[in-house]
Design a protein. Structure first.
Length: 134
């Protein structure tokens, strides 16, 4: 993901991405968000849902979910966290499932499928052609 988009997420959700400045011996968030720009809006919506849920947990004052790694793996989004319950895991499962229908590069929902040339990626036809030309 482009640094600018990643930084927007870090600025918008500082509690979720609190580990981004920790050393690699403590977290994988030090490597940033490792996926294409097309999933920016999906990650943004996921973080918005998670943070809203955390903020409204009145009975648990210290309830906060932290991302420890966000990346693409086998063509799908992976969002690894600390401090979650079944509700948050359900939100993550939904977003990860949705990522298989969204082009990782441009975010379109049309003509999207898993494509492989040794590395499995979820791409639309146009982005797949661009990748083959590069």
């Amino acid at each position: 993901m482009k640094i600018e988009l990643q930084q927007k997420l870090f600025d918008k959700y500082p509690k979720i991405f609190g580990q981004k400045d920790l050393p690699m011996t403590q977290t994988c968030m030090c490597w940033g968000i490792n996926c294409g720009d097309g999933w920016y809006w999906l990650i943004d919506q996921l973080c918005n849902s998670i943070q809203g849920y955390c903020d409204n947990r009145i009975m648990e004052k210290a309830y906060q979910v932290e991302a420890v790694q966000v990346k693409e793996k086998f063509g799908g989004l992976r969002f690894y966290i600390n401090g979650a319950n079944d509700t948050v895991y359900g939100m993550i499962d939904l977003a990860e499932h949705m990522s298989y229908g969204i082009c990782e590069e441009c975010g379109t929902l049309k003509n999207v499928k898993q494509r492989s040339d040794g590395w499995i990626r979820t791409l639309c036809g146009s982005c797949n052609l661009k990748r083959k030309r590069e």
